[in-house]
Design a protein around this ligand. Structure first.
Ligand SMILES: [Zn+2]
Length: 397
């Protein structure tokens, strides 16, 4: 299922092939986010033109579809293939969406925090109730529940290639004691997920891949403990979850990675800025997903080798140049100028604005896929460290 082709001698970076029922992913690879089972304004052909290898969709947001197509299993997968093309697809467990409903009520804690986050003993979850079985929560005024068994059932029905176990994510404001409790639940739920997954796979021709998730917040001993226990369970691969500040990513990875089996793939959840990609890969991560390339494209932020440009600025209104000279993306090879993209993305007309977003999406996704291709080449050639230095010296975030 996963083959390590080459290991970098000076770092933990590695080159690999992740084989899924719908194709092989060359790793390290970026994983783009198609929340509702689509990337708005892009056709499957557009996505193909960006050299995208894999997309992650959100189980929580596809839940309704599973409910409405109860008896016909392949409907959702077929819809995903229609929207994305024949690509491997990942689904998250839905746990992050559900558990982060509690994050917004105080101090706006999300996936990332800025500055230094400190544990806060008074931090309480008021909008959700966590039990041994899962999470009770209120969504759009409706009482709902999501736990490990249901998450596995939903993901099996969606039909993705790579699934994630249902885990208990914590906030950087959570105390050591709370993280201990969350870890115990994550371990308990991981075992339930493995059991449920094995049952669900019995009659499937193409077996789905299941990743377990390492948690433990910002506490070294808990992270190591989690990596050891989740790492020893018979998962096909591992996800690294959590919420941290930028500086903490490399630190946390250095604690975890040595305790995960070398022969299995590792996915870093929700991280994908240019600098973070290099840190993740350097520390042994194979895949990572992030909304950055697509979300920023929708706001007219275009990536170049020296940083991103905000195409909405007046400065670009007469700029006839393409986004980046030498860029091989569909937008740049079609010679769509900066001025034209600006005009479209700023348009109040929905159709014109959608066209603008499409050009921006195709450029950004290609940019990231091309960067990853260059990273893979640098690992193959034993020059990862040099490539990292060269890229980050020029790149300003
Ligand atoms: Zn381009």
């Amino acid at each position: 299922m996963f083959e390590v082709l080459k290991k970098d001698k000076r770092t933990k970076a590695r080159l690999g092939l992740l084989k899924t029922p719908h194709g092989i992913i060359k790793t390290p690879s970026y994983v783009f986010v198609g929340t509702y089972g689509r990337i708005l304004h892009l056709s499957r052909n557009d996505i193909k033109n960006t050299k995208t290898q894999v997309i992650i969709s959100n189980t929580f947001h596809l839940w309704d579809k599973v409910e409405s197509y109860k008896n016909s299993k392949s409907v959702i997968r077929n819809e995903l293939t229609r929207n994305f093309g024949k690509l491997p697809i990942m689904t998250d467990s839905g746990g992050f969406q559900v558990l982060s409903l509690a994050f917004s009520d105080k101090n706006k804690v999300g996936k990332f925090m800025t500055g230094e986050a400190k544990a806060d003993k008074s931090y309480k979850r008021s909008k959700i109730k966590i039990t041994e079985k899962g999470v009770h929560f209120l969504f759009n005024g409706k009482k709902m529940f999501l736990g490990p068994e249901l998450s596995m059932k939903l993901q099996e029905k969606i039909g993705a290639d790579i699934l994630f176990a249902f885990d208990h994510i914590t906030s950087p404001l959570d105390t050591y004691k709370y993280n201990q409790k969350a870890l115990r639940l994550t371990n308990k739920w991981a075992k339930i997920c493995l059991k449920e997954h094995a049952t669900n796979q019995k009659n499937r021709a193409n077996k789905q891949i299941l990743f377990g998730i390492v948690q433990g917040g910002l506490f070294k001993d808990l992270r190591i403990q989690s990596a050891k226990s989740i790492g020893s369970m018979p998962f096909d691969g591992f996800g690294i979850g959590g919420s941290y500040t930028k500086k903490q990513i490399a630190k946390v990875l250095k604690w975890i990675i040595p305790h995960l089996p070398e022969e299995k793939p590792r996915h870093l959840l929700g991280v994908g800025k240019v600098e973070d990609i290099f840190e993740a890969i350097e520390n042994g991560v194979d895949t990572f997903d992030c909304v950055i390339p697509t979300r920023e494209a929708r706001h007219g932020r275009l990536y170049t080798k020296t940083g991103y440009i905000d195409i909405r600025r007046g400065y670009y209104s007469k700029d006839k140049k393409i986004t980046e000279t030498g860029c091989g993306c569909f937008t740049c090879t079609k010679k769509i100028s900066r001025a034209k993209i600006r005009e479209l993305i700023k348009s109040k007309d929905r159709i014109l604005n959608a066209q603008g977003q499409r050009w921006c999406l195709m450029h950004n996704m290609w940019f990231f896929n091309n960067l990853l291709e260059d990273i893979r080449k640098s690992i193959a050639g034993g020059k990862f460290k040099e490539f990292k230095k060269k890229t980050l010296t020029k790149f300003k975030s």
